[in-house]
Design a protein around this ligand. Structure first.
Ligand SMILES: Nc1ncnc2c1ncn2[C@@H]1O[C@H](COP(=O)(O)OP(=O)(O)OP(=O)(O)O)[C@@H](O)[C@H]1O
Ligand SMILES: [Mg+2]
Length: 377
């Protein structure tokens, strides 16, 4: 088990800087997820930690040791890739034992470790089979087993579930979380899927263009994204954004966008004073927009703080029923807004709909570079 620290870590491929000086500390036993769009430098970062990629500058520490010049096999970490290659001619048992054998474990020492890993992953029935006799999920488990069998200081995963079908992925996600709880070993998991990041990570590291954008717990980054990129990346469907202006009127402060005007809750007026009269990006998540009619029908107490004038009108463009909820695309002015609504609501494409924004959950970002969050407590 070990803490992992990256400081001012960079990686250049010729002229191209793939990782641009990142600082990150992953505590002992933590499940950290590196998440970000394709090409942002996740795999490169992970490969540098594993020692598979030379670093250009900076420092990597595992436990108390600076590992910059340490060969991969001396770093005592295990890595599982998307393209895991099991040895096709070996049984599952031999595949699991192979790494131990290479590290000089005797036969008698190998057997109990293999059995323990197989039990933990529920593959002890499969030990005498060859990889081609296994399903995709079973093979994935063997690949994981090969990593956990030798109890390394840390695990590194690079999109290990992306070859599995959706159902199996959900199942393996839960198994990995369970495995992490049992082993309590430091894990770093790379994915471009924000749902995977949110559900598995105890710490999420959002990357873009070789830089870290934000580090925090899943709920921290969801509730308080530090810039517009993180706000749009974490949460599904993504947050809605509108170009807007914050305006002081006699009745209070308003967010004014091209097609609507809604009041800022009094609590937030103070913190937002600094951007009065300036162009901002107003953000609101699909789950923080409600159907006004439904709220009224239910005489709902969901939005006690909402003022009657925090309503916007639009036309229903698309309805996507998902069972427990429906996603509705509503055209407001020249912009489409995504709303997550109760499926009991009787809606038809083309009809008008009144939406109530939960302005307590509003986000504001700087309209100019670097689209930073405008802080409110
Ligand atoms: N060996 C290499 N030579 C040159 N450029 C490279 C090399 N490896 C990676 N890159 C570049 O570095 C950048 C980061 O690549 P990396 O593989 O770390 O991205 P990633 O975040 O893992 O993306 P993905 O989600 O697609 O796997 C990319 O622009 C990529 O083209
Ligand atoms: Mg990658």
């Amino acid at each position: 088990m070990a803490k992992i620290t990256l400081s001012k870590l960079t990686k250049r491929f010729g002229e191209y800087e793939a990782v641009k000086g990142i600082d990150l500390t992953i505590a002992d036993g933590e499940f950290a997820v590196l998440v970000g769009p394709s090409g942002c430098g996740k795999s490169t970062t992970l490969r540098m930690i594993a020692g598979l990629e030379e670093i250009t500058s900076g420092e990597i520490t595992i436990g108390d040791t600076v590992v910059n010049d340490l060969a991969p096999k001396h770093r005592d970490i295990a890595m599982v890739f998307q393209e895991y290659a099991l040895y096709p001619h070996m049984t599952v048992r031999k595949n699991l034992a192979f790494g131990l054998k290479m590290r000089g474990y005797k036969k008698g020492e190998q057997a109990p470790l293999v059995q323990e890993a197989a039990n933990m992953l529920g593959i002890s029935e499969l030990l005498e089979r060859k990889p081609r006799e296994l399903s995709g999920g079973q093979r994935q488990r063997v690949a994981l087993g090969r990593a956990i069998v030798r109890k390394p200081k840390a695990f590194l995963f690079d999109e290990p579930l992306s070859n599995l079908d959706a159902k199996l992925r959900v199942q393996m996600r839960a198994e990995l979380s369970r495995l992490h709880r049992r082993l309590a070993t430091t894990m770093i998991y790379v994915t471009h899927d924000q749902v995977e990041a949110m559900t598995m990570g105890t710490k999420i590291v959002i990357m873009k263009d070789g830089l870290i954008q934000q580090v925090g717990s899943p709920m921290e980054v969801y509730r308080r994204p530090l810039n517009q990129f993180v706000a749009g990346f974490i949460g599904s469907p993504a947050m809605n954004f509108f170009k807007a202006m914050l305006v002081q009127r006699a009745e209070g402060v308003y967010v004014e966008a091209a097609s609507f005007r809604v009041p800022v809750p009094e609590r937030l007026c103070g913190p937002y004073q600094c951007v009065l009269g300036r162009e901002v990006i107003f953000g609101i998540r699909p789950e923080d927009i409600h159907s006004f009619e439904l709220l009224q029908q239910q005489q709902s107490a969901i939005l006690p703080e909402c003022r009657a004038d925090s309503m916007i009108c639009g036309e229903v463009e698309v309805i996507e029923p998902l069972g427990p909820e429906m996603l509705v695309l509503v055209k407001c002015g020249d912009q489409t807004t995504v709303v997550r609504l109760d499926p009991r609501l009787d809606l038809e494409v083309g009809q008008d709909i009144n939406l109530q924004l939960d302005m307590e959950k509003m986000h504001l970002f700087d309209a100019a570079h670097p689209h930073a969050r405008i802080e409110a407590p």
